[in-house]
Write a protein that binds this ligand. Structure first.
Ligand code: GLC
Ligand code: CA
Length: 539
């Protein structure tokens, strides 16, 4: 790798939902030691870094996204010593760790909030957002929270209302307060000093509210019909966010050049996404591209437009591509047609992993894990380890290591069941089959590292000659090139590639193809149903 290029510019970051990855002590809940036990698996897959979802002490109103202690490990996930061990073992394998940092809100059980709510005069009062209600016992504004219901909760002790963009158990911090910023910087330093290489920043769009607290003229009260993360001008994407992110970046830069911020920078437009990097590239290095990630349709034209536009707008920056995470549908289910899901999953994997920039892989994506079917999710029991039903649990089922009833995840009763029918979608079967999705991911990850054009080459928009075929190229400074051709239809298609700059397009070899194929002699060739062809350009 180019010595001047930081590791994260073309990295694959694997997201581990800690609760569901590997349970090391049989209590049915995944834990840090479980992750350590699976590092060899991650190393063989070829990932560069792991983003761990929150493992802080938490009342679990939102599984760790309601933090009650930012510098600790919840007993169900282990201890700080387990974290240290994970750091050591990951480092020994060249894998970096990113901690999920929840900036926007704490748990209502965090000592800061307990103190803040006790008295209007409490020194911590202004660490959160308090307002008087409107006459008639109405909340200060009519805003809805992201999860539905009012964004304000009245606190009986003092008669005021506190603001929460998410659950009532997740009171928003007041980021205007210098002490809040200081406290969160200390948290960041704590984990950096303890071996984290950076952070995945939670819900960064929501840090500030319009100081005028306007009423929402078009509030939709039905949570079912609202989009995920309804970004509103009064409480999302406020300009003040940039100051917080810039300061946090300075904390990281002061620690060392190898650290990185991966942001859940939900944005509605490409301009906002560009802005998330900072005017001088001095904020989040890796803001996730949700414009792409939410396009869950087998629609080559729409996907191509999103890819080409983002790649053009983010020239010189690092695009972050993915489809699945713990809040979304799993891509195997979202894109699958019910018949060719495995082949389609190879297609979406290639689309994400062959693009310039950094890619996120959500645990189990590489073995074709699907969502928990609706009926099975509805029947999944609640209990001490699953206090609340959440529709997002469909994509949080235990990692499928084997075909055992507990999927090799636990020797006890998993906190959430695995889907009843997993077929060959478990690590044992996937490893044994050279044509599996797992081996496809391994090959793609290896290719990204090996092939200069795929590692650092510029994005080259190509036209494919067919509406259902998405094609693009990659071209590095020394002229090395690669093309990626993806057939999003269930029919074989005739491809006529155009748009490659300079000399006529001639291929020197096939880099990766599914189904297996040899390099075509000309840029006009036939591609199989849901076929993928990636080739090296002769120069
Ligand atoms: C982010 C997380 C999500 C969580 C929310 C509130 O969107 O990804 O899981 O519920 O923030 O913290
Ligand atoms: Ca456990």
């Amino acid at each position: 790798m180019d010595a001047a290029s930081p590791w994260w510019r073309s990295a694959v970051i694997y997201q581990v939902y800690v609760r569901s990855y590997q349970d090391s002590n049989g209590d049915g809940v995944g834990d840090l030691t479980g992750v350590t036990q699976r590092l060899d698996y991650l190393s063989a897959l070829g990932v560069d870094a792991v983003w761990l979802t929150p493992f802080y002490p938490s009342p679990n109103a939102d599984f760790g996204y309601d933090v009650s202690d930012y510098c600790g490990v919840a007993p169900e996930y282990g201890t700080l010593a387990d974290w240290d061990e994970l750091v050591r073992e990951a480092k020994a394998r060249g894998i970096r760790l990113l901690v999920d940092l929840v900036l926007n809100h704490t748990s209502d059980q965090h000592p800061w909030f307990t103190e803040a709510r006790s008295l209007r005069q409490s020194p911590k009062r202004d660490w959160y957002v308090w307002k008087d209600g409107r006459p008639g016992g109405e909340p200060p504004t009519n805003w809805a929270s992201v999860f539905g219901g009012p964004a304000w909760t009245r606190d009986d002790a003092t008669g005021q209302w506190y603001y929460h963009a998410f659950l009532p158990q997740q009171p928003d911090l007041n980021w205007h307060h210098p002490a809040v910023r200081q406290a969160m910087h200390d948290v960041a330093r704590f984990w950096l000093q303890r071996g984290a290489s950076g952070f995945r920043l939670d819900a960064t769009a929501f840090l500030f509210e319009d100081p005028g607290y306007p009423q929402d003229p078009e509030i939709a009260t039905n949570a079912e019909v609202r989009p995920i993360n309804p970004l509103k001008p009064y409480n999302a994407g406020r300009p003040e966010n940039h100051t917080v992110l810039r300061e946090l970046r300075q904390v990281l830069d002061a620690h060392g050049p190898d650290t990185v911020l991966l942001g859940e920078s939900a944005t509605d437009t490409l301009d906002e996404l560009v802005a998330a990097y900072g005017e001088r590239d001095d904020e989040i290095q890796l803001p996730m591209n949700f414009l792409f990630a939410r396009h869950w349709q087998r629609d080559a034209i729409g996907l191509k437009r999103l890819v080409d536009e983002a790649q053009a707008a983010l020239r010189g920056k690092t695009p972050v591509s993915f489809f699945s995470n713990h809040d979304h549908w799993r891509q195997w289910s979202a894109f699958g047609d019910g018949v060719h899901n495995d082949q389609i999953a190879k297609l979406t994997a290639a689309l994400v992993l062959a693009q310039r920039g950094t890619a996120l892989v959500y645990y189990g994506e590489e073995i074709g894990m699907g969502d928990l079917p609706v009926a099975e999710l509805a029947a999944a029991p609640l209990g001490p380890h699953r206090p609340r039903a959440d529709h997002r649990d469909r994509a949080r089922t235990p990692m499928q290591w084997s075909s055992a009833p507990q999927a090799g995840f636990s020797t006890g009763t998993p906190w959430l069941p695995r889907p009843r029918h997993i077929g060959h979608h478990h690590v044992e079967a996937q490893r044994a089959d050279p044509d599996s999705l797992y081996h496809w991911y391994r090959a793609l990850l290896a290719l990204r590292k090996r092939e200069p054009a795929l590692r650092e080459g510029e994005h080259v928009p190509l036209h494919s000659g067919h509406a259902d075929v998405l094609a693009f190229g990659r071209r590095s400074e020394d002229g090395a090139g690669a093309v990626v051709v993806l057939n999003f239809s269930s029919e074989p298609q005739r491809v006529a590639l155009g748009g490659w700059p300079g000399a006529p397009l001639v291929f020197s070899q096939t880099l990766l193809a599914s189904p297996a194929a040899v390099e075509p002699e000309a840029p006009t060739f036939e591609i199989a149903p849901f076929g993928i062809w990636m080739g090296q350009v002769a120069h």
